[in-house]
Design a protein around this ligand. Structure first.
Ligand code: SAH
Ligand code: SF4
Ligand code: F3S
Length: 447
């Protein structure tokens, strides 16, 4: 029995791709292993969002390359041993294509994001000794494939992939291609399957979920898809990420309110609180517009959680402009934000503004302040719920070192709650009273 190990970096989309690769590879006779040392095939599923993630991909492959070993053949040239097979997949693969071979000559296959479903065919070819680059931007059509999901409560289901927005800092449009929606029947079948396997929460994934269905015939939209999924039998929750601020429609808000399984949670990256920076980022809104969207959501959807992403040290960002970001975070009472220091990405527009780059130490210092603000916002947001009764879907059961037994889950609005409990209640919906709030989580007790 052959074994495959996948090391996944980056976002949920990549993690979801890994589950698909494991599923497809089983048909090719490779079973999943948690131990790279015993693998006959090693896959690094890479992320390109920042320089650091790209570096991580190459250093991983470097370690594996050493395992491959080199021989000198009868002509005196270096030949790498045939095993383990090494595959370089994901966003860095899509971006660099055959250049990967120059840096890592022992790689057997460079697999682009849009060619994921070609994997079984390509595996046969690399087993016969071919070395292949498959990064064509024409998506390889998916068929009804097996998905080996990470066991748990939450099933991630991609509904669309790609991005047409070309924010000036972002590599994603170059690594994931143009927006395209998956067929609703595939999504619904996948959801049904996940529910039958015991998953209790479905999270719909896409770089811009609001664009869902625009390219389908007949046209559909996210609200329509949510209604189809909400109608499936069983007690489960539905979430979706990520929304582009100005693409959130009134219909979507109505849908969230109307459908019992759809949770009160929106992830709406803002990136900067400064109008000039937003313009340079090619985001299609300013502070006032984003604020209006937030205020509107909060007024319509009770207890809605709004999370965001911010970048510190975008080229040319002044201290004053950066302070507008801090102010925005606080004024909008954002519940949580992902934060990052700007990292120049090859091919993107902003990367060309080298004369405007902010020194590393300034970016680091701004990021630290951003994180401090984020912590304050999170704590404040969590404190709102102390004393409240909330429904928690349990995801984890843990016996701590001191013997305490604790179950952990999330509320509908995506707050993490720890609850003392002797029983393993994973997968159950329980009612909890929130007893106190910490920065990253709430404590509660069973009612
Ligand atoms: N589609 C989402 C974001 C996808 S990328 C949106 O429209 O916002 C996830 C996050 O990575 C982004 O929100 C951004 O905050 C961060 N990011 C993207 N490119 C970056 C870069 N070059 N440097 C630092 N952070 C970056
Ligand atoms: Fe990147 Fe912007 Fe597209 Fe989000 S919307 S994936 S930040 S280009
Ligand atoms: Fe990274 Fe690609 Fe996701 S660049 S964040 S793995 S879409």
């Amino acid at each position: 029995m052959k074994k495959v190990y996948i090391e996944t970096m980056g976002c949920q989309m990549n993690k979801s791709d890994a589950e698909r690769m494991y599923g497809m590879l089983e048909y090719c006779g490779y079973y999943q292993t948690e131990n790279p040392k015993e693998a006959d095939m090693l896959i690094v599923n890479t992320c390109s969002i920042r320089k650091l993630s790209e570096d991580k991909a190459y250093s991983q492959i470097g370690v594996w390359g050493k395992r491959r070993g080199v021989n000198i053949n009868e002509h005196g040239t270096r030949v790498y041993n045939d095993y383990p097979k090494i595959i370089f997949a994901g966003c860095v693969a899509q971006q660099y294509g055959k250049e990967v071979f120059k840096r890592a000559p022992y790689v057997d296959l460079v697999l682009g994001t849009q060619r994921l479903y070609e994997l079984p065919e390509l595996v046969k070819r690399i087993e016969n000794g071919e070395r292949i680059v498959s990064i064509d931007e024409t998506p390889y059509q998916e068929s009804d494939i097996k998905i080996n999901r990470v066991k748990g409560i939450n099933a991630w289901i991609p509904i669309m992939e790609g991005c047409n927005n070309f924010c000036t800092y972002c590599i994603v449009p170059y690594t994931r291609g143009r927006e395209r929606s998956r067929k609703p029947e595939l999504i619904i079948a996948e959801a049904k399957k996940a529910l039958s396997e015991g998953f209790k929460e479905i999270t719909l994934l896409g770089q811009n979920v609001d664009s869902y269905g625009k390219d389908l015939e007949p046209h559909q939209n996210l609200s329509w898809l949510l209604r189809q999924l909400n109608a499936l039998e069983g007690n489960f929750r539905i979430r979706f990420v990520t929304n582009y601020p100005t693409d959130i429609t009134e219909e979507l808000i109505d849908t969230v309110l109307e459908l019992d399984k759809v949770c009160e949670y929106f992830h709406i990256p803002m990136q900067s609180g400064d109008d000039y920076v937003l313009k340079k980022m090619n985001r299609r809104y300013n502070y006032a517009i984003y604020k209006k969207i937030c205020d509107h959501l909060r007024s319509r959807v009770k207890d809605v959680t709004i999370t965001s992403d911010f970048i510190a040290g975008f080229p040319g960002e002044t201290e004053e402009q950066f302070q507008n970001t801090l102010k925005a975070m606080t004024e909008l009472e954002l519940d949580y934000s992902n934060t990052a220091a700007y990292s120049p990405r090859e091919k993107t527009v902003a990367a060309k503004w080298t004369d405007l780059y902010i020194p590393e130490e300034v970016k680091t210092e701004r990021l630290a302040r951003l994180n401090e603000h984020n912590r304050e916002c999170c704590l404040k947001s969590n404190q709102k719920y102390v004393g409240r009764e909330m429904e928690v879907l349990i995801e984890d059961f843990e016996v701590r070192k001191n013997g305490d037994k604790v179950i952990t889950g999330r509320t509908r609005n995506n707050k993490i709650v720890h609850i003392p409990c002797d029983r393993d209640l994973r997968g159950e919906f329980i009612n909890v009273r929130i007893t106190n709030a910490r920065t990253w989580y709430l404590n509660g007790e069973m009612i």
